[in-house]
Design a protein around this ligand. Structure first.
Ligand code: TRP
Length: 452
C-alpha cells in the first residue's frame, strides 16, 4: 500500500499476484487463527462451521465483489467512493460506521496481538511451561489477567504506529508476502501433527459433524459476524485495497480466491485446535482465551517445541500487524481527508483513540473483569458491537448501494475488466446484492434480537 503515504500519486499493484497477496494478507490474521476457533467452540462446532461457510460464499463473496467494484471504479476511500457514485445522497455516512468499527476492532485486536508478543518472547526465552494442565492454566492466567497485557498492548500499538509513521508499509507487505506462505506451511504441518492426538477423532467430529439442532439465532449472528470479520468486510477496507488494483485484476476471481484461502486457513486452525482441546481436557467454550490456552500444549509435545512456538507466534504477530495497518488506514484517511489533519496528526489521533480502547480491553481479563455492560466486558462488548453489528450493517449498505444504485454497465465494466473477460454471472451477482444479502443480513439481525 505504498500509495497511502502519497495520495496524489495513486499507485497500482504491479501484478495480479500482489493484488491477491495483499487482499489475502488483510483477510488472514487473528480472525482466522484466534477468533474462528473460539467462536466455533462457543457456538457448537459443526453447526457454526456450516453457517459460516454458507455466509462466506452466499453473502461474503457478493459483498466483497461490491466493495471491489466501488473501490476500483472510484479509486478512492469509502467516503469518496460513495460520494463519487451518488453525490446527492448521504450514503457516505456509512463511512462513519467504518471508522467507529475499525477503532473498536483495533482496540481489542491489539490486546490479542499483544498476547502473541508475550507468547513469542516467553517461548523464545524458554519460559513457557505448559507441561501439565494446572501449570499451563496458571501461567496463562498470570500472563493475561494482570497489568502485563497493558504493556504488550502499548508495545503492539507502538509497532503499528511506527510502521505507519515511518512509511515502511511497503516493506512490511514485502516481508509478509514471504512469511505468510510460511505460516500456511506451518499450519499444515501442525494439522498433520493433530492426527497423533489421542482424541483427534472427537475433535474432528466436533468441528465437522454439524448438529443442526444447535443452530440458534446467536449461532447465525456469530457466524455472520465471523464471515465479515474474517474477510475484512463492511468497513471499506477491501474497497481501499481495490482502489489500488490494476485494470486487469479479475475482481470475481480475486474475491473467490480470497474467500477460499481465508476459509481454508480458518479450517486448518480448527483442525489444529479442536483435537488438542479434547485431548487436553479443555472446554471448547473457553472463549477468547481458547487458542492461547491450547497452543502451548501442542508445542510442548513437539520436539523443539520452544522453537516452533516462537516461530509460530512471531508469524502470527506479523500477520496481525498487516491487518491492523490496513484497519488503521480507514480512520487515518478519514481524519486526513475529511478533517484536513496532517497525516501524522491523523495517525496520532487514531492511535490515541485505539490506545484508550485498547487499555479498557486489556484490563477486561483482570482488574476490569467485573465491569460489565449488557453482561459483557469491554473486550467482549467491543468485539460484539463491531463484528456482529457494524460489519454486517456496513456490508448491507454496500450491497444495497451497489445492487440498486450503481449502473449495471459499471458493474459489468468492472467485473469484466473493461470487457476483457467474460463474466456470465452478472445477473446472479446483482440479484444477490439486491435481494439475497440485504434480506439475509436483516433477517439475522431481527432474529438475534428476538423479533423473528
Ligand atoms: N480480517 C482480519 C482478520 O481476520 C481482520 C481485519 C483486517 C478486519 N481488516 C479488517 C476486520 C477490516 C474487519 C474489517 O484477522
Amino acid at each position: 500500500m505504498e500509495s497511502l503515504q502519497n495520495k496524489k500519486e495513486r499507485a497500482v499493484f504491479a501484478t495480479k499476484f500482489a493484488a491477491v497477496a495483499t487482499t489475502v494478507g488483510s483477510a488472514v490474521g487473528l480472525g482466522n487463527i484466534w477468533r474462528f476457533p473460539y467462536e466455533a467452540g462457543i457456538h457448537g462446532g459443526g453447526a457454526f462451521l456450516i453457517c459460516y461457510m454458507a455466509f462466506v460464499f452466499l453473502i461474503g463473496v457478493p459483498v466483497l465483489c461490491s466493495e471491489f467494484i466501488m473501490g476500483r471504479q472510484t479509486r478512492s476511500n469509502i467516503f469518496g467512493a460513495y460520494r463519487k457514485l451518488h453525490p446527492r445522497r448521504p450514503w457516505y455516512l456509512a463511512g462513519y460506521i467504518g471508522i467507529l468499527a475499525s477503532l473498536l476492532i483495533l482496540s481489542f485486536y491489539s490486546v490479542v496481538a499483544g498476547w502473541t508478543i508475550e507468547y513469542f518472547t516467553s517461548s523464545f526465552l524458554g519460559n513457557l511451561d505448559f507441561s501439565d494442565t494446572a501449570t499451563g492454566h496458571g501461567q496463562f492466567m498470570e500472563m493475561t489477567t494482570g497489568w502485563r497485557p497493558v504493556i504488550w498492548t502499548i508495545i503492539f500499538l507502538l509497532c503499528n504506529f511506527l510502521i505507519l509513521a515511518g512509511g515502511v508499509t511497503k516493506g512490511i507487505e514485502r516481508v509478509c508476502n514471504v512469511l505468510m506462505p510460511l505460516l500456511f506451511v506451518i499450519l499444515i504441518a501442525f494439522c498433520i501433527n493433530s492426527f497423533t492426538m489421542p482424541k483427534f477423532q472427537e475433535g474432528l467430529s466436533f468441528l465437522f459433524r454439524p448438529d443442526f439442532s444447535k443452530i440458534t439465532p446467536s449461532v447465525l449472528l456469530g457466524a455472520l459476524g465471523q464471515a465479515f470479520f474474517s474477510l475484512s468486510l463492511g468497513l471499506g477496507c477491501m474497497m481501499t485495497y481495490a482502489s489500488y488494483f490494476s485494470n486487469n485484476t479479475r475482481l470475481g476471481r480475486t474475491a473467490v480466491t480470497t474467500a477460499m484461502l481465508d476459509s481454508l486457513v480458518a479450517i486448518l486452525a480448527g483442525v489444529i485446535i479442536f483435537p488438542a482441546v479434547f485431548s487436553f481436557g479443555i472446554s471448547p467454550e473457553a472463549g477468547p482465551t481458547l487458542v492461547f490456552e491450547v497452543l502451548p500444549y501442542i508445542f510442548n509435545q513437539l520436539p523443539g517445541g520452544a522453537m516452533w512456538s516462537s516461530l509460530f507466534f512471531l508469524l502470527l504477530f506479523l500477520a496481525s500487524l498487516t491487518s491492523t495497518v490496513s484497519m488503521s488506514e480507514i480512520s487515518i484517511t478519514y481524519f486526513c481527508e475529511e478533517k484536513k489533519m496532517s497525516r501524522r496528526k491523523a495517525l496520532t489521533v487514531s492511535s490515541l483513540i485505539a490506545l484508550c480502547g485498547g487499555l479498557l480491553c486489556a484490563l477486561s481479563f483482570g482488574p476490569l473483569s467485573t465491569v460489565k455492560l449488557g453482561g459483557m466486558t469491554f473486550f467482549d462488548l467491543f468485539d460484539y458491537c463491531s463484528s456482529n453489528i457494524c460489519l454486517p450493517a456496513g456490508g448491507m449498505i454496500c450491497s444495497v448501494f451497489t445492487g440498486w444504485y450503481i449502473k449495471r454497465s459499471i458493474i459489468q465494466k468492472q467485473m469484466t475488466d473493461h470487457g476483457k473477460y467474460r463474466f456470465r454471472m452478472i445477473g446472479l451477482l446483482v440479484f444477490c446484492l439486491r435481494y439475497v444479502c440485504p434480506t439475509a443480513i436483516f433477517l439475522i439481525f431481527l432474529n438475534s434480537i428476538g423479533i423473528l
